[in-house]
Design a protein around this ligand. Structure first.
Ligand code: HEC
Length: 149
């Protein structure tokens, strides 16, 4: 392959990529997580003891009815309350609401957390996140969704 062929192929890929609709599957959830969430929750969701809980907890996500909806609601609306995770207490902390993150991006992040890290088959889409955004549960309702650990 000549250099010109290569350049043409790369240009073709870029044009193709730009014309595709952005859906959750095409956005890399782990990259989005590391960009938007890891400053507190650490890369890979490992957590920061006493500051932000780990999110790589399969038993927790598997114990929840709709884990991706819960994650979407926490991202859009934030969360506060006392919780104990892996024997570590998180007291008086507040996860800030991040409503500016787009639905398709939140869907990719939620699918990454519940699916890849949580080992569930839960999959979020821009549509499921939009539905959560339209009827956002309040903080008490969110805390009530958390399975006992
Ligand atoms: C500024 C720090 C900060 C950022 C940024 C942040 N979080 Fe959080 N997050 C927290 C804190 C603190 C808590 C615990 C809140 C509490 O104790 O009530 C939390 C809790 C959570 C929970 C609930 C965990 C549980 O056990 O119920 C989820 C899910 C979550 N965050 C997801 C995310 C995602 C996804 C992002 C990125 C889009 C993100 N967070 C960004 C600080 C942060």
């Amino acid at each position: 392959m000549t250099l010109n062929d290569l350049a043409a192929r790369i240009a073709g890929c870029l044009i193709l990529g730009a014309s595709l609709p952005a859906s959750a599957q095409e956005i890399d959830g782990s990259t989005l997580f590391n960009d938007n969430c890891a400053v507190c929750h650490a890369e890979g969701g490992l957590g920061n003891p006493g500051f932000a809980p780990p999110l790589n907890r399969p038993a927790f996500w598997q114990g929840m009815d709709a884990p991706t909806d819960y994650i979407a609601a926490v991202v859009i609306g934030g969360l506060h309350g006392t919780m104990t995770v892996d024997g570590q207490m998180y007291v008086g902390l507040r996860m800030p609401p991040l409503p500016q993150i787009e639905d398709a991006e939140i869907a990719a992040i939620a699918t990454y957390l519940a699916g890849d890290l949580g080992q569930t088959d839960a999959i979020a889409s821009a549509e499921t996140v939009a539905a959560v955004r339209a009827a956002l549960p309040d903080n008490a309702a969110l805390m009530a969704k958390r399975p006992a650990e």
